[in-house]
Design a protein around this ligand. Sequence first.
Ligand SMILES: Nc1ncnc2c1ncn2[C@@H]1O[C@H](COP(=O)(O)OP(=O)(O)OP(=O)(O)O)[C@@H](O)[C@H]1O
Ligand SMILES: [Mg+2]
Length: 306
Amino acid sequence: MSTIERAIEKMAHAAKTRQEDAVVPEDASPIVTPVTAPLGGDVPLGSDDLANIADGAAAQEQDAASSRIQLNFEHMASVGMVTPDAERSQVSEEYRHIKRPLLLNAFGEGALPQSNRNLIMVTSARPNEGKTFTAINLALSIALERDRTVLLVDADVAKPSVARVLDFPGTAGLVDFLADHDRRLADLILQTNLPKLRILPSGRRHSHSTELLGSDTMQSLAQELAERYPDRIVILDSPPLLATSEAAVLAGLVGQVVMVVEAEHTKRDELQEALALLKPEIYVGLVLNKSDRPFGADYYYGSYGP
Ligand SMILES: Nc1ncnc2c1ncn2[C@@H]1O[C@H](COP(=O)(O)OP(=O)(O)OP(=O)(O)O)[C@@H](O)[C@H]1O
Ligand SMILES: [Mg+2]
């Protein structure tokens, strides 16, 4: 049995156990047992494949954040993002579907047993598959509709893009905190015009930025973020797992991983290779991105866990 088949089997079991144990909030859709499609080969993944891999039903911040940025919702809507005015848009519906199991895992009665379960890393096997798009939309969706504060962290320090995509000027951020022990985190976190959304930008370029991500300071920061405000979700926009080594290190710090799979592009063996880099007890959700199927087939969500 391949790694991924074992993972899928565990995922099915974990999902079933959680469903039985969990008191599911009214608006939560349960995680559906995935079908065990054999994976392997050099074939791009499509939406049918993802349906088989894992079917989808599959704080109050007290720090005084230093500056406030203004998100341009009109621009964001024009590029297909979740915005406050487009509650019933397709993208909003899709992200509702994606976030539910993540929130249940973090806060539900059947929450995951592992630490840092409120830390969610968004990654993919290769570059350009939609990690930043997914991380931002997930953060927006949770901040807009849930009684949860969200901290979106641009942890792709070698190739940051949250500020560019959301169109706000680059400021000091994660790298500055990791490189300079005198920096206070609270001074680096940006408030936004969405009261429940805060952003920690990547910060300045640094020749050892990737080493900084693997540092003890980063590990303490992850723990601090997870524990100081346990009712907050932290979403890390991250580098791709197969193109960098720091992504696997980051994955060791979080409780949940959202693995973005680009429809008709991501190769099965690459996905398998990327999943094999994650610790076995981590919860992994698969999101099929850039699918041209209508809603319902766009995103499939599944998980495996202990
Ligand atoms: N679901 C989507 N619908 C439309 N455009 C999308 C979608 N997902 C991603 N894109 C576009 O695809 C491109 C790559 O997306 P994004 O930057 O999110 O990928 P990434 O995985 O973060 O890339 P990198 O590895 O460079 O960080 C961007 O132009 C983005 O706007
Ligand atoms: Mg990116």
